[in-house]
Design a protein around this ligand. Structure first.
Ligand code: GLU
Length: 416
């Protein structure tokens, strides 16, 4: 199924396109061409059966002109160096598009967490943090959760880092459990941010969200909170799929009981009052908003022609391949790009880090108000760039992001 896909090259081409549309200083492009550094590590883990297995991992630091490197760590069999580099670059542009004082980074460990026990996962997580400890730090590079990592993983990271440093530094990672200086609203934030972007896009493009039909691929942290927030906004969630399969009901599915069901049975499959639907069928559903909220490369040149939604909102990172992007645009489908749509997560991470630095914690309402403000403002800024030129929302988002990066590079004297 998987042909070679050059993740980093894909992001570079987007930058190229945006740079041409905005007449970006070529020196800025040159400085963004390759990541600052990528550390490759081998992490030995004592397995439960007494043997030792070595896992390969990466931490890529793409660019830090705006502030310390920031980005999640994923555990996945496909999280190779090229993918991690591309995801790190996406973080540079994501942080910039929403105006956060962070650069971009990403980490990955090549593993299949479903084959590891909790104890093995803990040893792997601690081993990975020990391996990348020399290049991270609360003012240097701040990891966070991503695919197959969560607050529990961050708890192990914080603890391991405290042992290495001989001092407790909660600001070393974000997405922590509340008990360790995590922030209220962080877990929900990516999905909540998707909702704010959808809400503003509906205003901009004149879509009535009351009863608007939504199909979501993925029901993990991002997909489930996206579903709940859009449901609360009045949208009708007609289909949801996870890796095991999906459920469909044209009259709408309530994501709250669905999440409870999924937590008990590990899948949405078989939920009451729904019909089964495959991932491919979900992507081809006629609906207002299609939301890929799982892995990358889901909408491809093979299936893009089948997409029948009005919009695609990228809650996942890199769910649309460049060829598919062209097909969607030719079909008149608006794509709200990943670096804008899913930036709510890292925005709440920023709030968490600020609270850690102050050692003073905000109520949930404050986090949510600030998140709403950041996402709303970012949407309209991107929309402004989009309106000005004959470009896609994706290129508009890159133009906004590159503009900020250029300004910071000039201010630092990196370019004249
Ligand atoms: N992994 C998330 C992302 O891709 C969050 C990163 C963070 O909070 O630093 O945006």
């Amino acid at each position: 199924m998987s042909q070679p896909y050059h993740h980093y090259e894909v992001v570079s081409q987007l930058v190229e396109k945006a740079a041409a549309a905005m007449h970006l200083d070529p020196q800025v492009k040159e400085l963004l061409r390759e990541p600052v550094r990528t550390l490759t590590v081998s992490v030995p883990v004592k397995m439960d059966n007494g043997t030792v297995k070595v896992f390969q991992g990466f931490r890529c630091q793409h660019n830090d002109v705006l502030g310390p490197f920031k980005g999640g760590i994923r555990f996945h069999p496909e999280a190779d160096e090229d993918e991690v580099k591309a995801l790190a670059a996406l973080m540079t542009y994501k942080c910039s598009v929403v105006g956060l004082p962070f650069g971009g980074a990403k980490g990955g460990v090549l593993c299949d967490p479903s084959e590891l026990s909790t104890a093995e996962l803990e040893r792997l997580s601690r081993g990975f943090i020990r391996a990348i400890a020399p290049i991270i730090g609360p003012d240097r590079d701040i990891p966070a959760p991503d695919i197959n990592t969560n607050a529990k993983t961050m708890g192990w990271f914080v603890d391991e880092y405290a042992q290495i440093q001989g001092a407790y530094r909660p600001g070393i990672v974000t997405g922590k459990p509340l008990a360790l200086g995590g922030s209220k609203g962080r877990t929900e934030a990516t999905g909540r941010g998707v909702m704010y972007v959808v809400r503003e896009a509906a205003r901009a493009f004149g879509l009535d969200l009351e009863g608007a039909t939504v199909a979501i691929q993925g029901f993990g942290n991002v997909g489930s909170y996206t579903a709940k927030n859009l449901h609360d906004l009045g949208c009708k969630i007609i289909a949801i799929a996870d890796i095991f399969g999906g459920v469909y009901n044209p009259d709408g599915i309530d994501p709250y009981p669905l999440k409870e069901y999924e937590q008990e049975t590990r899948s949405v499959k078989g939920f009451s009052d729904t019909n089964p639907i495959s991932n491919e069928e979900l992507l081809a559903l006629e609906c207002d908003i299609l939301i890929p909220a799982a892995l990358g490369n889901q909408i491809t040149k093979e299936n893009a022609a089948n997409v029948r939604s009005k919009w695609v909102v990228e809650a996942a990172n890199g769910p649309t391949t460049p060829e598919a992007d062209v097909i969607l645009s030719q079909k008149g489908i608006f794509v709200v790009p990943d670096i804008l749509a899913n930036a709510g997560g890292v925005t709440a991470s920023y709030f968490e880090w600020v609270q850690n630095n102050y050692n003073y914690y905000w109520p949930e309402e404050e986090i949510d108000n600030r998140l709403e403000q950041v996402m709303t403002q970012a949407f309209w800024e991107v929309y402004g760039a989009y309106k000005e030129k004959d470009i896609t929302l994706r290129i508009a988002a890159y133009i906004v992001a590159l503009g900020r990066l250029e300004e910071a590079m000039r201010a630092r004297g990196w370019v004249v």
